[in-house]
Design a protein around this ligand. Structure first.
Ligand code: FES
Length: 150
C-alpha cells in the first residue's frame, strides 16, 4: 500500500476527489514519481477511473511518471535561454542521452526536465544537474559536463 491512512483535520472522513492532487503530491514526494500502481491505487481510493487520475496528473508538469535518474538535469527554455540557443542545447542533450524530457536514461543515471527559468538568465543558456548550475553551455562543453557524472 503506497498510501497510508488519511491525515489532517479529520482522519475519519473518507478521501474525496478534492484530495486527488494532495495525494499525488504525497506519493511523488515519497517515491519521486507516480507509478502505474500508485495511479491505480489512487483511482480505487477516490472511486474514479485511472484515466481521470492520469488526466489530472499529466496536466501538471510537477508530476513525473518515470522513476527519477541518479542525477536530474533541468534544461532552461525560458526567454533568455531560448534566444541563446536553449533549444539547440536541449536537442544536444536528447541526442547525447537518447531520451526526451520527462524520461530517464536506460542506465538510470540521468533524467531530463524542461524548466521555464532557473533564475540566472545572465548565464544563458543554462542547465542544472542536481544542485549545480552550468551557464553559457555549448554543445561541445555539454559532453565534458556529462562525462563528469559517469
Ligand atoms: S531564462 Fe534561463 S535562467 Fe532565466
Amino acid at each position: 500500500m503506497i498510501l497510508e491512512n488519511k491525515t489532517g483535520n479529520n482522519p475519519t472522513q473518507p478521501y474525496t476527489r478534492g484530495d486527488l492532487i494532495p495525494l499525488l503530491q504525497e506519493i511523488q514526494d515519497r517515491a519521486g514519481y507516480l507509478s502505474a500502481e500508485s495511479i491505480r491505487e489512487v483511482a480505487e481510493l477516490l472511486q474514479i477511473s485511472e484515466n481521470d487520475v492520469y488526466g489530472v496528473a499529466s496536466f501538471y508538469t510537477q508530476f513525473h511518471f518515470n522513476a527519477p535518474g541518479r542525477h536530474t538535469i533541468k534544461i532552461c527554455l525560458g526567454t533568455a535561454c531560448h534566444v541563446r540557443n536553449g533549444e539547440k542545447l536541449l536537442e544536444a542533450l536528447e541526442r547525447e542521452l537518447n531520451i526526451k524530457p520527462g524520461e530517464t536514461t536506460s542506465d538510470g543515471l540521468f533524467d531530463l526536465q524542461r524548466v521555464a527559468c532557473l533564475g540566472c538568465c545572465a548565464l544563458a543558456p543554462v542547465m542544472q544537474i542536481d544542485d549545480q548550475i552550468y551557464g553559457r553551455v555549448t554543445s561541445s562543453r555539454l559532453k565534458k559536463i556529462l562525462e563528469g557524472y559517469a
